[in-house]
Structures are given as structure tokens and as C-alpha cells.
Write a protein that binds this ligand. Structure first.
Ligand SMILES: [Zn+2]
Length: 561
């Protein structure tokens, strides 16, 4: 024993690595073990799964930490991994979330408003319980210094031992472990902290090709159809991108509560619509993508979207955002955000209720390119909608029909019925926003400014505690229908019906058809009479109506105007 060691006690790197791995595997993976415990059948199976899977996690963590067991590297790296595990534990316990690459991408792209909504008293408590002790120990004692070469050998040996533990534990419990992982793929994304490392690498890798690959052009042949030749009123279509609204709680879909009281005559409901993703980052670009979900519309877009094609055809396009941005969709078209608006009664603490998007809207449209505006306008409204977990912030105090409501960000703390009340209030408020939007559109129609129409489609649904899940973002293949079955409505003014040939009765007959985000791109091109080879009539849900009208002559075909 040397004198220095007595005055400043230090860890042998291997001791620190294995103690920390054990701690992370047990305390840093509580949600995983609770889930495995739930899934295990017999007591023997439970023991095999918890023991075997536990050793797998210890082994993989120890192998990783061994490679990083260098005096100046270990402490910052270990601190980061401990904190990541602690934060993950909180979000998994509170919301049933798993940490996969799309979740990580959401975290990277989120804004301060969204983060603030996710913070509750339980967060510092969980972080303290999971990270407090190991951080205190790590920072109290440094790693024992060794010369470079022997330490390299020891670290390699440590990684090897970790690998052996991993392999042996896997082999011994292979039968139970393999069937568990096959049936419950989400468990892979529950192993802290390797889930975050994997996701971070994937997200970083996804960023790389974007800088290298040029944007693929879409619809280079896009031009306006014959309906524009002698038009009296230019068309104005409002596309409302809904947020976190699920079909199940939408009054028009037969929900036991009337959450859509303002829905009026002429508004057509579509009851069987599937989202492309289970989170905003995937769904919003996919809705505007020329690709269907299975063609890769749910991947990071490397190509132009619907708005680019509309703009190329000569129309004016405007994106108004009341959320954390347009996820790249509005990158090449005029856009505005409510972020800096300070409207009394609508905006508070940097966050606005959706009707803020209608404030000064006429002026915003008047400021668009006059030549394009004279042809026609496509306006996108990106809602805050039912964005969670702070559903109670999504409706003004005078518009809360369902009380009492949950006012906590810790959703599992609220009685389920209060949580549903808060969510339903946000849906009713979206109904109110759609009503205000229709009034605005009708005023433009009456004044002779535009022939108007509206399409509303939510980006994805939400879990409200079903199967222990909250919020959204479950990987698509295993997502519950609450997260993928979304509401959609459409409304066309009489002059819009006439110029497009799409009558409201025919539209209503389409209401029960299975539709999805795949249909938006082609249907908007059809409705706006934009002629291009990328317009796929089979995916245009309005096309059957336009064709029927032309054949029967019920509505005058656009060319006969
Ligand atoms: Zn969303």
C-alpha cells in the first residue's frame, strides 16, 4: 500500500466497472424488470428470465464500461450513462415509453415548451433515486492510475469477460429469452442505457446522408389544369394538420360523448383513417410525401413534398405553425409561426391556443405573391391540438365541457376519468377551432374572394392508459390502434364543389372507406386540379366523385365552366 492511496482512496477500474454495471442493470432498469415480471408465465420462467436477462444486461454494460475505463474518461462517461438511465427510467415508468431511434429523434427535435410539459415532481425524485448513489461514489473516488499498456490489456480483458457473461447467460436461458424477445420487441428498447446509445448512433447516422444527397425533385411537370383558365374565384384550400387526436374520442365517429358539437352540415367525416407513424416527426412528413408508408414515406424524406409540387404548379402556399415546427415540410415555402405572438386570451408563456393561427390570417395571405395568390392558395395549419401530457392547457378555461379534469403532467397520478376529461376537452377545442376556421373560409367564399375547402387530418393518435401506455410513439408495428386510428373531416364550399366536380353527397359516400395518410398527397393534387404524372388517381379519395360527376353531369365538369 502506498501513502498516496491511503490519503486518497481510489478504485481499481475493474471494481468500479462491475459495481456500476450491477447498479445500472438493477436500479437503472426497473421498468424493464417490471415488464419482464409481468410477461413471465410460471415462477420458474420468471426466475430464468429475470436472472438470465439480468446477467445479459450486466454483461453488455460491463463490456461497454470496460472499454471506457480510463482515468480521465471513465467519470464523465459513467456520469452521462447513469443520468441517461435515470431519465429514461422516469419516462418509461410515467408514460410507458420506450427509447427507440424515432423517440430519440423526437427528443433531439423537441422544443422548450414540449420539455416543460413533460417535467413533473416525479422526475427529480426518480433521477435522485437512480443516479444519486452511484454519482456520489464515482465522484468521491478516482480510478487508480496505471500505465497505458497494462491498462489497455485489463480493459480488453474486462470487455471480454463482459462478453462471456452475456453469451453464457443468453445460452443458458435461450429458450425463454428468445421467445420473450420475439413476442415483445419493445423490450429491446427498454434496456438502459444501451437503448439510448443505439438510438443516438442511429439518429446521428440518419443525419449523414442528408448533407451528401441532393433533394430529389418531385412532379417537375406540375402545371395547373383547365379549371384555372376562366376562374371567377381562385380556390383556397385549408389543410389542418391535427395533433394527437385519436379517432376513438371524436364525436363524429360515434364516441359516447359529443366532443364535436360544432360539426355542421356539409362537413363530411371519414371514420376509417390510419396514420403513417405514431409520432409527429414521422407522420407529418409522411402526410405530405409522394411515397406511401410502405414505399418509405415514413423514412427521413430525401425528396420534395406536396407543398413543393403545388408551388411549382404556380399556386401560393403558406404554412402556419402552432407547434414545434413543420419537420422540414415547409422548408421551401412561405411559413410563419405563432411562437412570438402575444395575443391576450390566446397566448400564454410562449404557447398559443390554435385559434391564434386565424389572427391576422387575411393579412398574411394578402402578403403572399400576388400572381400566385390570384391563381389559388393552399394553406396549412399545424395545430397544437391535443398535444400531451398537459391536455388541460389545450382548451381555454371557458371551453371545458368535461370536468373535473386532470391538471397534472404525471398522467398515471390522475384518476383515469379525469385524464379522459382533459383529453376530451382538447378534442372539443379542436372542434371549436375547426368551426372558427370554417367561419373564416365561409366569409372568404361569401365575399367572393375565394372558392374554399378544408381537409382536417390528425397526425397520430394517443394512448390514455390502455394497456398501461400513455402518450404515443410506440414503434408502428406494435402500436395499439389508439395511436394509429385518426380522425379526418372534409368540407367544400358550393363553388369549390362546382369547380372540382366533387359533390358533398358523393363525398359522404366515401366516409366509411379505409383511408390513410397515403391519400393526402394525391387527393390535394386532384382537388386543386394540379396536373402531373406523380398524381396517382388510385390514391386520390376524391377522384371517384370527380369522375362520377363528370359522367352524370350532376355537377358541371370544370372544363365546361
Ligand atoms: Zn404529433
Amino acid at each position: 500500500m502506498s501513502g498516496t492511496r491511503l490519503s486518497q482512496p481510489s478504485w481499481r477500474p475493474a471494481t468500479a466497472v462491475w459495481l456500476l454495471s450491477l447498479w445500472l442493470a438493477v436500479a437503472g432498469n426497473l421498468p424493464l424488470w417490471l415488464r419482464v415480471n409481468e410477461l413471465a408465465g410460471t415462477p420458474a420462467q420468471r426466475l430464468a428470465l429475470l436472472g438470465g436477462f439480468g446477467l445479459v444486461v450486466v454483461g453488455v454494460t460491463a463490456a461497454l464500461l470496460s472499454l471506457l475505463a480510463w482515468p480521465r474518461v471513465f467519470r464523465p462517461v459513467a456520469t452521462a450513462l447513469v443520468l441517461v438511465s435515470a431519465f429514461n427510467t422516469h419516462f418509461m415508468l410515467q408514460y410507458g415509453a420506450v427509447i427507440d431511434p424515432t423517440m430519440m429523434a423526437n427528443i433531439v427535435q423537441t422544443d422548450a415548451r414540449e420539455v416543460r410539459d413533460l417535467i413533473s415532481w416525479a422526475l427529480p425524485l426518480t433521477v435522485l433515486l437512480v443516479a444519486g448513489l452511484p454519482l456520489w461514489v464515482i465522484w468521491r473516488r478516482p480510478l487508480a492510475m496505471r500505465s497505458w499498456l497494462p491498462q489497455t490489456g485489463r480493459n480488453a480483458l474486462g470487455a471480454l469477460v463482459g462478453g462471456v457473461v452475456l453469451v453464457v447467460a443468453t445460452l443458458v436461458t435461450y429458450q425463454d429469452l428468445a421467445s420473450l424477445m420475439r413476442n415483445h420487441k419493445e423490450l429491446r428498447y427498454m434496456v438502459n442505457p444501451v437503448n439510448s446509445l443505439y438510438a443516438a448512433v442511429r439518429v446521428a447516422a440518419d443525419q449523414l446522408p442528408k448533407h451528401v444527397q441532393p433533394l430529389k425533385l418531385v412532379g417537375e411537370d406540375a402545371r395547373l389544369g383547365t379549371s384555372y383558365a376562366a376562374q371567377q374565384k381562385p380556390p383556397l384550400l385549408m389543410v389542418v394538420v391535427g395533433e394527437t387526436a385519436r379517432a376513438q374520442n371524436f364525436g363524429l365517429n360515434g364516441y359516447a360523448r359529443n366532443t364535436t358539437p360544432a360539426a355542421e352540415e356539409g362537413l363530411v367525416n371519414f371514420s376509417q383513417v390510419q396514420s403513417c407513424g405514431t409520432n409527429t416527426k414521422v407522420s407529418v412528413p409522411c402526410m405530405f410525401s409522394p411515397l406511401t408508408r410502405t414505399q418509405g414515406g415514413d423514412q427521413t424524406p430525401e425528396h420534395e413534398n406536396l407543398l413543393d409540387v403545388l408551388q411549382r404548379a404556380g399556386l401560393a402556399v403558406l404554412w402556419i405553425d402552432n407547434q414545434a415546427g413543420c419537420k422540414g415540410v415547409c422548408a421551401r415555402v412561405p411559413n410563419a409561426s405563432t411562437l412570438n405572438l402575444k395575443l391576450p386570451g390566446l397566448c400564454d408563456g410562449g404557447e398559443c391556443l390554435d385559434p391564434a393561427m386565424l389572427e391576422g390570417l387575411d393579412a398574411r395571405i394578402a402578403a403572399l405573391d400576388p400572381v400566385r395568390r390570384a391563381r389559388g392558395v393552399v394553406l396549412v395549419m399545424h395545430q397544437m391540438g391535443s398535444h400531451g401530457p398537459a391536455y388541460f392547457k389545450r382548451a381555454s378555461p371557458d371551453r371545458k365541457p368535461f370536468m373535473p379534469e386532470c391538471t397534472s403532467n404525471t398522467l398515471s397520478d390522475c384518476p383515469p376519468e379525469q385524464l379522459v376529461n382533459a383529453y376530451d376537452n382538447s378534442v372539443a377545442y379542436t372542434d371549436h377551432f375547426l368551426d372558427l376556421s370554417l367561419q373564416w373560409l365561409k366569409a372568404r367564399e361569401t365575399s367572393g374572394t375565394n372558392a374554399t375547402g378544408l381537409i382536417y387530418m390528425s397526425d397520430h393518435g394517443e394512448s390514455l392508459g390502455e394497456k398501461g401506455l400513455y402518450l404515443h410513439g410506440v414503434p408502428y408495428a406494435m402500436a395499439p390502434q389508439q395511436q394509429t386510428h385518426v380522425p379526418m373531416v372534409a368540407w367544400l364550399s358550393p363553388s369549390m364543389q362546382q369547380r372540382s366536380g366533387v359533390g358533398v353527397d358523393c363525398l359522404r359516400a366515401q366516409g366509411g372507406k379505409p383511408l390513410s395518410h397515403d391519400n393526402l398527397f394525391h387527393s390535394v393534387l386532384g382537388l386543386m386540379d394540379v396536373q402531373t404524372q406523380v398524381h396517382d388517381v388510385a390514391l386520390d379519395f376524391l377522384a371517384p366523385c370527380a369522375a362520377a360527376a363528370t359522367q352524370t353531369g350532376k355537377v358541371k365538369p370544370p372544363s365546361a365552366n
